[in-house]
Design a protein around this ligand. Sequence first.
Ligand code: S3P
Length: 167
Amino acid sequence: MRLVLIGFMGAGKSTVGSLLASQLGLKFIELDQIVIERSQCHSIAELVDSRGEAEFRTIEAQAARECSHVTDAVISTGGGIIGRQENFTSLVTEGSTIVFLRTSFETVCSRIGSGAERPLFRDKAKAKALFDERQVTYEKWASISVDTDGISIDEVAANILQELKKS
Ligand code: S3P
């Protein structure tokens, strides 16, 4: 089994992902963490600020490719993973289910705050445009979509498990 969590920044992919992994007895993999390791930077913010977004996206695509053979895992992705179609091929390998954590922009803002650690959230107007532009692709890539507004991490995880049983 392999679950891939997608969604905008602040959707709760990492928190829900690690909870689901422990509930299901699967490994938990955070793609952004692999990107940080491969780039030898201390953070995504440092990588983007020092080497630019394009370089970050290239390393992100490499990290997704590296994970394409990983099974028995919950994989949490960065919000911009859907920007490259090749990442879809890397993520949707046999036995994979892509899960979209759907969140309103208001909730995203309240969870993220200033966005200092997230280079693409520093300018709120740009972040909102990005948010609007991405929704269709998140929905298109996912075979399961769950809402996260106003409910706990446990409830989100439980809703995902319920949807998985149906599919
Ligand atoms: C990004 C999301 C971030 C991180 C980077 C870019 C994006 O991950 O990959 O700052 O483009 O949406 P999270 O979604 O985990 O915050």
